[in-house]
Design a protein around this ligand. Structure first.
Ligand code: ARG
Length: 457
């Protein structure tokens, strides 16, 4: 089969070279973006008088037909045509004849592929933002049901202080809020049009890049043609934002795995999000959060891969850049898939309020409150800390929790103790007392949820 660039060559391409250099097996995902970019380009060529408007119309019509045929699976991509750009051009020429060859006037595959990638990320970043918002919505709906639900709060995975389960969940809302902010912010850099940069130096034709930007919905035009064809920062930025987002998804997944273990039994994931074991019938495995946790690895890998591809490249386009695609597609698909699962999994999980309460009643996570109690009665915090340290040690030796100690026992440690200590030590009181802004008291958590809802719009 003759190549679109075959003129200078006297020999057939080696088959293995063809396979190595071809990107059609994966860049066919850019078919729609590629055709949209071509439609805008040819419209501009016609308007600027670079080709006749009749030819431009014929090409546009042909491109639409190619688009429909591709959607209907009527056309077959060929490795011999290397990539999506040349496959589409070939389909176009097959459809409308030699006039299709005018489409590539005043552009190069270098500015074309960069444009396709910008268009692709623009669309998918917006999708991902909506999916993040759906997860945030699911978090809010669980949080609203669990404002008064008390769970041990941990540091070092040691019980620290009781917190509202809603408060714990809402921490993830705010992580996702920052992810969303980064995604929205990254669109600012995706919104630049490379097309019109030609191979690297611009073009001899009197093109109108602003017009193409307008037709494709780009806000800016790259002012340097060499930068335009070799910039992949916008993909790196997406991959790094995706890595942080995936890390958050992974941390939440890890919590779900822990919470649904027999040891914790704080939540039970809905049957529809779990799988069984082939030999141990009692098991209900949290495969979904485990896999979401694991998929973080490939997203980090995609970021490291592209950073490494780009680090030694001289200007301008180098074929190395073809390796920018699979990692980007994989990251988009991994994120879209993960977020789509996460929202309903959170929404449908059963929260075992009783087990959480049991856990909180059987620990020393109210110890800080004894110290604070003595401080409000006038003892310096350091001294209070010393007293409570001794009380905790005594209680552990007696195999009792702080609420089980008798008044006489408290009095042995300080004369400042009175009956009200029992009220102060009740988990609900301990939680409610942390009423500083951003704290875990139900009052604060309610306010936080209101703010979150306002942000979500
Ligand atoms: N398939 C190529 C890529 O993805 C398109 C650009 C090819 N440009 C070239 N000068 N060979 O990078």
């Amino acid at each position: 089969m003759s190549k679109l660039w075959g003129g200078r060559f006297t020999k057939e391409t080696n088959k293995l070279v063809e396979e190595l250099t071809a990107s059609i097996s994966f860049d066919q995902k850019l078919a729609n973006e590629d055709i949209d970019g071509s439609l805008a380009h040819v419209q501009m060529l016609g308007e600027c008088g670079i080709i006749s408007t009749e030819d431009a119309d014929k090409i546009k019509e042909g491109l639409q037909k190619v688009k429909t045929k591709l959607e209907n699976g009527e056309l077959e991509y060929s490795v011999a045509n290397e990539d999506i750009h040349m496959n589409v051009e070939k389909f176009l020429i097959d459809e409308i004849g030699p006039v299709g060859g005018k489409l590539h006037t005043g552009r190069s595959r270098n500015d074309q592929v960069a444009t396709d990638m910008h268009l692709y990320l623009k669309n998918h970043t917006k999708d991902i933002i909506s999916l993040v918002e759906a997860v945030q919505g699911a978090i809010i709906s669980q949080a609203e049901k669990n404002i008064e639900t008390i769970i041990p709060g941990y540091t070092h995975l040691q019980r620290a202080q009781p917190v509202s389960f809603a408060h714990h969940l809402m921490a993830y809302f705010w992580m996702l809020e920052r992810d969303k902010g980064r995604l929205v912010d990254s669109l600012e850099r995706v919104n630049w049009l490379p097309l019109g940069a030609g191979a690297l130096a611009g073009t001899t034709f009197p093109i109108n890049r602003e017009r193409v930007a307008e037709l494709l919905g780009f806000e800016h035009v790259y002012p340097n043609s060499m930068d335009a064809v070799s910039d992949r920062d916008f993909i790196l930025e997406f991959l790094s934002t995706a890595s942080i987002l995936m890390m958050h998804i992974s941390r939440l997944s890890e919590e779900l795995v822990i919470w649904s273990s027999q040891e914790f039994q704080f939540v039970e994931l809905d049957d529809s999000f779990c799988t069984g074991s082939s030999i141990m019938p009692q098991k209900k495995n949290p495969d979904v959060p485990e896999l979401l946790r694991a998929k973080t690895g490939r997203v980090y890998g995609n970021l490291m891969g592209l950073l490494t591809v780009l680090k030694g490249l001289p200007l301008a386009y180098n074929k190395d850049m073809q390796e920018d695609k699979e990692g980007m597609f994989d990251t988009v698909e991994t994120l879209e898939g993960s977020l789509q699962l996460l929202a309903p999994m959170i929404e449908t999980m059963f929260v075992n309020v009783e087990n959480m309460a049991k856990a909180v009643n059987n620990d020393y996570s109210n110890a800080t409150d004894i110290a604070d109690y003595l401080v409000t009665k006038g003892l310096p915090f350091r001294d209070a800390h010393e007293v409570i340290g001794k009380i905790v040690l005594y209680a552990i030796e007696q195999k009792k929790f702080l609420l089980d100690l008798k008044m006489e026992e408290y009095e042995k440690f300080s004369s400042l103790f009175e009956e009200d200590i029992y009220k102060v030590l009740a988990p609900a009181h301990v939680m409610g007392a942390r009423n500083s802004y951003g704290g875990t008291s139900p009052v604060q958590v309610k306010e936080q949820i209101e703010l979150a809802k306002k942000n979500l719009g």
